[in-house]
Design a protein. Structure first.
Length: 402
């Protein structure tokens, strides 16, 4: 089998994804990408005519993020017009799915050099603004038992018996780990500052992190999904899981992922293409997989996606040194660790989306850059990244440092 190799990984800082409040809220998503294209080209003395395709993930493909932003962003950055482009939209898994698609192109032998990643500007293009049938069409909503993903998170917490203290403690640790990793400079190898048109730095580090977070502060937050609007979704969930008498609403703004603006790019190539570029590979792709569960519980598929990816990679859970699972809510990570019998020391060791934000389509590329940098820092071998998404889907990727 041909292997796909990672030669470089870059990402922007994650800005607060709120209009006028975030440091990147006035920066167009295509400009976030342009900064990374230039960094990738300059860091690797890259002849862009040797790149065959750009594949980017984006959850909300509309407005500034529409019209195949993968292709247009490469042109905008001054890269070769010969490069094909494709935008992947598969909810939160979009960026990881874009990576896997690019890796599959190389592993099949059909292409030899691609750039993959993702982008999302949630301050400029809010989630749900694409008005999809899943959440907008009443007939479709009823047919597929649509509920809000936050209700799914509370449903999982209830089924698993997690307490509010456990939920809060996980979020607290995520904040602490992210703050420490930033202070120690663990993200600097991949992190590219965003500047304005005059060269002034707008953002150099992840903006959402709250180092002063405490368990006492977290305990003061009221649950987000316990209002009258949630009662309708509770009924749908309880109909699906009649063994429950009620759903315990535990998650709040401190245990949910922050909205974020960001982009990420990774340079993938075959072994032969890397030699022609004069670059040494940092890691190779061992395997990947997709999986889905029923859409009411929605967020539990990462465990099975991971098992499937490990089987495809001819590896076991015990072989993986570091796991990165998107922190869609505290309970999702707690269940994942329980399902795979993982110690916290192997999972999200530098914090996650609860602390640093979840820029939807960009998150997959960010997780890969984080696990690759950390494998190198710790001199470890195998990393696994996984993300759950809307309607029950999940994607997982296994990489091996070389």
């Amino acid at each position: 089998m041909n292997y796909a190799y990672i030669y470089d990984a870059v990402r922007t800082p994650r800005g607060v994804g709120k209009p006028e409040k975030g440091a990147l809220s006035r920066t167009k998503p295509i400009d976030l990408l342009a900064t990374l294209y230039h960094a990738l080209q300059n860091r690797n003395s890259l002849n862009t005519s040797e790149i065959e395709e750009v594949i980017l993930g984006c959850n909300t493909v509309i407005g500034e993020q529409g019209a195949n932003i993968a292709k247009i962003s490469a042109l905008y950055a001054g890269w070769s017009a010969q490069i094909a482009g494709m935008t992947v939209s598969s909810f939160c898994t979009s960026g990881l799915e874009a990576f896997n698609t690019g890796a599959a192109r190389i592993m099949s032998g059909m292409e030899t050099g691609v750039v993959v990643g993702g982008v999302e500007s949630m301050s400029r293009i809010p989630m749900y603004s694409d008005a999809g049938a899943w959440f907008q069409d009443s007939e479709v909503r009823q047919a597929v038992s649509y509920i809000h993903m936050g209700i799914s998170a509370d449903l999982i917490a209830t089924l698993e018996g997690f307490t509010r203290a456990e939920i809060d403690n996980y979020a607290f640790l995520s904040q602490q780990k992210a703050a420490l990793a930033t202070q120690k400079g663990y993200f600097q190898k991949s992190l590219i500052p965003i500047r304005d048109s005059e060269g002034k730095v707008l953002l150099a580090d992840d903006e959402n992190i709250r180092p002063d977070t405490s368990l006492e502060k977290l305990a003061q937050f009221a649950p987000i999904f316990a209002d009258d609007n949630a009662a309708h979704f509770d009924k749908i969930a309880l109909k699906k899981y009649p063994n429950l008498l009620k759903i315990n609403h535990l998650h709040h703004i401190g245990t949910a992922p922050a909205l974020a603006d960001a982009a990420a790019l990774l340079l993938l190539g075959s072994a032969e293409k890397g030699k022609s570029w004069g670059l040494k590979p940092r890691a190779r792709v061992r395997g990947f997989a997709n999986y889905s569960v029923e859409p009411v519980i929605m967020l539990t598929a990462p465990a099975e996606a991971s098992r499937k990816a490990l089987k495809n990679s001819k590896l076991q859970v015990e072989d993986i040194d570091l796991f990165e699972i998107n922190e869609s809510f505290s309970a999702i990570v707690l269940k994942y660790m329980r399902d795979l019998n993982l110690s916290p020391e192997r999972v999200n060791v530098n914090g996650g989306a609860i602390a640093m934000g979840h820029p939807l389509g960009a998150t997959g590329g960010i997780l890969l850059s984080m696990v690759l940098d950390e494998l190198e820092r710790q001199d470890k071998q195998f990393g696994l990244c996984t993300i759950c998404g809307g309607a029950g889907i999940a994607t997982a990727t296994v990489i091996e440092r070389v």
